[in-house]
Design a protein around this ligand. Structure first.
Ligand code: PAF
Length: 253
């Protein structure tokens, strides 16, 4: 298996990008890759002649410094997965390189980003949109792939691409779940075995026939700390805290 070329500087990426042929697919990530990311990488590979993965733990989207400091870094395993998925390039720049302006310039959406997760994580989506705009501008992909687990993020990125006339097509990929129905997430590794077993109630109740108010009450009774359960855009969204881990999910409704 051929290993992807690891590119750590933007200038090297620019010279590589200039020489690349058509049909470029892009999967932006913060690393700590799991099967959910693998599904994005495989779809990207199957639809494009060249596939690029970015790994960058974006500091500006963490409203909680503790969450940033404990975000898992698993570069060796990530590169192994990238190799298995036959990814051609892994772009892993530093924060200094991606933020030469020190984050004095940023993208802000003023409506939808203030709801759901945005209501509980001030500034989170400013950080997400700003870094995704930078990455999309750098990579100049034809298609970029995002997981539906972060459906609010996907919608915001899609609307940003439309608002700024970006040439990249923004593609949503289905949420990948474990056997219990829990949506895969890099943060699931922080659940204790007991919490992991208990976590299955969250997706089950979210997809149930109960009203959002009833789902919230049922989750609270089970010991989850509920941020929100809300229906919007034909989906039911939820965010809960279980032990030290924040879980988010959404289902078509
Ligand atoms: O979904 C993620 O992993 C991140 O929010 C993203 C899109 C890579 C931006 O940092």
């Amino acid at each position: 298996m051929r290993q992807p070329k690891l590119i750590k500087t933007i200038s090297e990426w620019k010279s590589v990008r200039g020489a690349l042929p058509q049909s470029l697919g892009f999967v932006p990530t913060m690393g700590a890759l799991h099967e959910g990311h693998a599904s994005l990488l495989r779809k990207c590979k199957s639809e494009n002649s060249v596939s690029v993965l970015s790994i960058f733990v974006n500091p500006t989207q963490f409203n909680n410094p503790e969450d940033l400091s404990r975000y898992p870094a698993t570069m060796d395993a990530d590169l192994k997965l990238a190799t298995e998925c036959a990814i051609d390039y892994v772009l892993a720049p530093t924060a200094q390189e991606l933020y030469p302006d020190g984050y004095t310039f940023r993208v802000q959406e003023t409506q939808f980003s203030k709801t759901l997760c945005g209501a509980f994580r001030p500034g989170h989506f400013d950080g997400v949109l700003s870094v995704v705009l930078k990455l999309l501008n750098l990579v100049q992909a034809h298609r970029a792939y995002f997981g539906e687990k972060d459906y609010q993020q996907f919608l915001l990125i899609q609307k940003m691409a439309q608002a700024f006339f970006l040439p990249t097509e923004i593609i949503a990929c289905p949420t990948i779940r474990d056997d219990s129905g829990l949506a895969l997430s890099s943060r699931n590794r922080f659940l204790t075995p007991e919490e992991r077993a208990h976590a299955r109630h969250f997706p089950l109740l979210l997809a149930s026939e109960f009203s959002s108010v009833e789902v919230k009450a049922a989750l609270e009774k089970l010991g989850f700390k509920v941020e929100y359960i809300e229906e919007q855009n034909g989906r039911r969204f939820g965010a809960v805290q279980l032990g030290s881990v924040r879980l988010i999910d959404n289902v078509a409704y």
